[in-house]
Design a protein around this ligand. Structure first.
Ligand code: ZN
Length: 169
């Protein structure tokens, strides 16, 4: 069975631990508790207070420093003239020529539409390619592109509105 002096010692230890934890995680409260609730030697209290004050100053100093000046996206590379012209002296009665440097170059590319392939109909073994509604086109007549038909040697049908072979481009 613990004597009452043991209990008091235990209580004191727990209190000291609590104060130390608060000193670490919440220094203002820890300092307050240390000064009011513990029987630590005055020298220790002063030392701990000074240490905490030092740490706080150390943490706050960079925050209170004036911020480094930002360049703001403009870099001054020089204040001299950008272009120096060397050559024979201009006649005195001539006016100065301004030289403009283009600031921006815009390249405009027009969208080229992809041409739709022209479809024609060619009977196997025939000489001509036809449009869809030609009388020579049967449901079984194969359809090809105009380019394929021209390359295979088919010619434009004279009896229907088959497209000109030039329109294959
Ligand atoms: Zn035809």
């Amino acid at each position: 069975m613990a004597s009452s002096s043991d209990r008091i010692a235990n209580k004191k230890r727990r209190r000291n631990l609590g104060v130390i934890l608060r000193l670490v995680f919440c220094p203002p409260l820890g300092l307050y508790l240390m000064w009011t609730r513990t029987g630590w030697p005055r020298l220790v209290k002063v030392g701990v207070s000074a240490l905490i004050a030092f740490v706080i100053v150390l943490i706050l100093t960079p925050m209170t420093d004036p911020p480094a000046r930002q360049t703001g996206g403009v870099r001054v590379v020089g204040s001299g003239p950008q272009v120096e012209l060397l050559g024979p002296e201009a006649p005195a009665d001539r006016e100065d020529i301004d030289i403009y440097t283009p600031r921006r170059t815009a390249i405009i590319v027009e969208a080229t539409p992809t041409p739709e392939p022209i479809i024609v109909y060619c009977n196997t073994g025939g000489d001509y390619y036809h449009s869809k509604n030609c009388k020579w086109v049967k449901p079984t007549t194969p359809s090809v592109t105009l380019l394929q038909a021209v390359r295979a040697g088919y010619r434009q049908c004279p009896e229907c509105d088959a497209p000109d072979p030039e329109s294959v481009s």
